[in-house]
Each structure stands twice: as structure tokens, then as C-alpha cells.
Write a protein that binds this ligand. Structure first.
Ligand code: SF4
Length: 445
């Protein structure tokens, strides 16, 4: 938990020497509490005070890095139970599972399919960012070969799953320098796996049959020198897993140190549709890593979409630049659609305009990132703002007609826009999905 200014002040020398650039130690402490300065700026703080402050200000959930270099995935460091209280910081890693019982060609083929699980959504790329290799064969050499192929073919950091610490050691050796997340599924092997993780500087995921046993194992693994730990509550099924993960998250935020780590969850339902539900639920309810068998694009997209939505800062509207955009090979007869600069609204309109195959202009009006109806209700999307954006966009030089298509939900603005701009207003569909049909049937320059 964050320290208050007074808690920090108690640990400072209280000499008010100003060497830090602040007039008093209290002023420095207050700035430090709001993260506007850091402890190293004070040259006089004692080692004991430094240790006390660092330990007290340690995030309640440990930061864990999986992989290396550009492909690194960082999880943990979260501070909230509910995202509306602040935000969730580090997106869950999503891993698709490969069994090492497959032959080498099949491992490579599945890995290539995993590498292709990438989508463009509201202007951002969302993708599977981990690959999990499961030691179902029980053979260490086979596991090592499979992880090497999976890593090479996907270019993604690996989660290596085995019941045997010795097999994890072989996989870690095959992925030397790539910092895979080692997952030991047999709790009796946890301490041996801790040694493997420590020797190879890898994070370690542990599981246990109960939360009490998990806390004990976590303490043992931590005492063995592993700092980056990931927890699996060892539950099966949606209800039990969500309950256990919520309990762990609550306790970690209360500074219960054995649970102060991110979590890993597995989808396991035999019905792929239920796995989709599991995946999205676990991402919402605190999984730092999700491991799934979902490999079809239509199956994995809901989980990636959920992840994207959950990790957006709810206090900051997601906006695009307010400007005129050309969709397709526009000409002077192209239709002009207007919407707000809320990214979901904008990209919905842009996407539908694109799929209509009729080149069009889309004008995004600055509504501070709010959607059409919200912006209309708060008077940010009105005849004045739309006209202003229209004039500033330079569209009058681009098209020969003077027709503007507005969203159906704000048909009431038609007369006002016509009066202010001199353009003819056409009332478009209420939902963006109606745009292709509307353009096809109703647009005439
Ligand atoms: Fe206080 Fe340290 Fe700043 Fe001096 S440098 S005023 S001791 S916080």
C-alpha cells in the first residue's frame, strides 16, 4: 500500500537541509507520497530508513517478468480489487497450450497458428502473447525439444508446465536466457522446482490443493530465494476458481505476503464455448496469466477483447485524434459521415464504412472521447461543435456536394446543423452496423 507523507517523513533525517531541492523534509515527504520524487533524491537518508521505506512501499502484488527483451510480458504490481477505484495496470498474459505428446511437426504447426492469433481492434493490436507447453508425455527431453520449437516458431515467451522439477530444468536449459515461467504442477516438487527457478533466474508458478497449502508453499519457495512467484489456487471449475482468486486478491491487497503474487488460471471445460466463458471470466477476476486450449480466432478473440477492455483506464476516455479521415480511395462524390472521437464510436463507424466498400470521409468531432449519446447529452456533440469541426476539417475543398450524414440517435440536431453550416443533413442509421446498407441504398452525392 502507498505510504502517506507523514509515514515517509518519520523516516527522514528531519534536518531541512534543502539538499533535495525542497525547502523542508516534510515538503519532500509529501512529494514522495504523491510519486513526484523518489527517495534517492535525498542524499542523507540512512540505510535502515531506506530499507524500512522500501519494504513498506513494496507493491502488494509482486511484479513478475516472463520472457526477455522486447517479448517480455510483465504481470502483477496491481493495487486494486475494483478497476473503477483506480485502474488495473498490467494486462494478463494469454497463453495457448501445446502438448509435448505431439510430434515435432505438429508442435511447429500449432505454434505457427498461435503466432497468428493477432487482431486489430479500436486502432490497437491485441494478440496472444505467451505460449504454454505442457509436459503431458512426462519426458524431459521431449519437453525440452517442444519448448525450443514453440519458442522459435512463435517468438513468444513460454510457460513451461510439468509435474517434475527435473523436466523443468531441461526445459529451462533449452530456453536459456529467455526467462520462461516454470510451472510445477505437483506440489511435492515445489521446493525442487524453486531451486531450478533460482538457478536459471526464472519466475516460478506453484499450485496446491488448498489456499492454506498454497500460502505455505509460497512461503517455502520465497524462503528458497525465488522472488518472482505466480500462484495457482489448484481449483477446478469456474465458480471455485473465481472464489479462490478473489480471496487471494483480497488478501494480497491487505498485505498478506504469501499471497502477494499474480495468479495463473487454466481453462479446462471440454466445451470450447464454456472455455471462452472461463477465459474471459478469469481475465476479469484477477488472472495474471491465462492458459487455454482455445486456438481458433473466433474462440480467442472474446478473451483478448475482454483483456483490452478491462485494462483500459476507466477514468480516461479512450479517444482518437479529432480530425477528418479518408476511408478508402475517396473522391469528390464520397459521402461524409460524422461521429465523435470516442475510439469505439469512431472505429465502429470507420470499420463499417470500410466494409461498405464505398470510399467515405469520416469526421471525428472532439467530444473529449465520449460516445455519441453521452456527448449529445453533455452538449459536446451539438450543431455548433459539429459545424466548427466541419469547417476546420477542410472537407469543403475535398467534396463537391454539401451533404453530411449524422448518427440516427441525434436526428434532433439536423435543423441546427443545417442552419449553422449550410450543409444538408442526412440522418444515418442509429447503429454503425447499419452504415453499409444505408450507403448502398440511400447515398447519392
Ligand atoms: Fe530533508 Fe533529505 Fe531533503 Fe535534506 S535532502 S531536506 S534531509 S529530505
Amino acid at each position: 500500500m502507498a505510504l502517506t507523507g507523514l509515514e515517509i517523513y518519520k523516516q527522514l533525517p528531519k534536518t531541512n537541509c534543502k539538499d533535495c531541492g525542497f525547502p523542508t523534509c516534510l515538503a519532500f515527504a509529501m512529494k514522495m507520497a504523491t510519486k513526484q520524487t523518489t527517495l534517492d533524491v535525498c542524499p542523507h537518508v540512512t540505510e535502515a530508513a531506506k530499507a524500512a521505506l522500501e519494504s513498506a512501499s513494496r507493491p502488494p502484488i509482486q511484479l513478475v517478468a516472463i520472457g526477455s527483451d522486447e517479448a517480455e510480458v510483465k504481470i502483477g504490481n496491481e493495487t486494486q480489487l475494483y478497476r473503477h477505484e483506480e485502474k488495473f495496470y498490467r494486462e494478463a498474459g494469454v497463453a495457448v497450450r501445446i502438448s509435448d505428446t505431439l510430434d515435432e511437426a505438429a508442435v511447429a504447426q500449432r505454434a505457427e497458428a498461435i503466432a497468428g492469433l493477432k487482431f486489430e481492434r479500436v486502432g490497437t493490436q491485441i494478440a496472444v502473447n505467451l505460449v504454454a507447453v505442457c509436459n503431458e508425455s512426462g519426458d524431459g527431453d521431449r519437453l525440452a525439444k517442444a519448448v525450443a520449437i514453440a519458442s522459435e516458431k512463435t517468438g513468444l515467451p513460454c510457460v513451461v508446465i510439468s509435474a517434475k522439477a527435473a523436466n523443468l530444468a531441461k526445459a529451462a536449459d533449452a530456453l536459456s536466457g529467455k526467462r520462461p515461467l516454470l510451472y510445477i504442477s505437483d506440489p511435492t516438487e515445489a521446493e525442487a522446482a524453486a531451486k531450478v527457478a533460482k538457478d536459471n533466474s526464472c519466475p516460478l508458478a506453484i499450485r496446491a490443493e488448498s489456499l492454506e497449502a498454497l500460502a505455505e508453499t509460497s512461503e517455502k519457495v520465497s524462503a528458497a530465494g525465488v522472488i518472482e512467484i505466480v500462484l495457482d489456487p489448484g481449483t477446478e471449475g469456474l465458480k471455485a476458481t473465481v472464489e479462490a482468486m478473489t480471496t487471494i486478491r483480497r488478501l494480497s491487497l491487505k498485505n498478506f505476503r504469501p499471497f502477494g503474487y499474480p495468479m495463473i488460471a487454466f481453462t479446462g471445460n471440454s466445451d470450447p464455448n464454456m472455455q471462452i466463458v472461463e477465459a474471459s471470466t478469469y481475465i476479469t477476476k484477477y488472472a495474471g496469466v491465462l492458459v487455454t486450449d482455445l486456438i481458433e480466432k473466433w474462440q480467442i478473440l472474446p478473451a483478448l477483447t475482454t483483456r483490452q477492455d478491462i485494462y483500459i483506464d476507466p477514468q480516461k476516455p479512450v479517444a482518437v485524434e479529432p480530425k477528418l479521415n479518408a476511408v478508402g480511395d475517396v473522391n469528390s462524390d464520397s459521402p461524409v459521415l460524422v461521429t465523435t472521437n470516442f475510439s469505439l464510436s469512431y472505429f465502429s463507424v470507420e470499420g463499417e464504412a470500410e466494409s461498405s466498400r464505398m470510399p467515405a470521409y469520416v469526421l471525428a468531432v472532439d467530444t473529449e472521447g465520449t460516445s455519441v449519446l453521452t456527448a449529445w447529452a453533455s452538449d459536446k456533440f451539438n450543431s455548433e461543435t459539429i459545424t466548427k469541426a466541419l469547417k476546420a476539417s477542410g472537407i469543403e475543398n475535398e467534396v463537391s456536394h454539401r451533404k453530411l450524414i449524422i448518427p440516427g440517435f441525434v436526428a434532433v440536431l439536423s435543423a441546427g446543423i443545417e442552419d449553422e453550416s449550410g450543409w444538408e443533413v442526412l440522418v444515418g442509421p442509429k447503429e454503425a452496423s447499419g452504415i453499409p446498407n444505408y450507403l448502398k441504398k440511400q447515398w447519392k452525392a
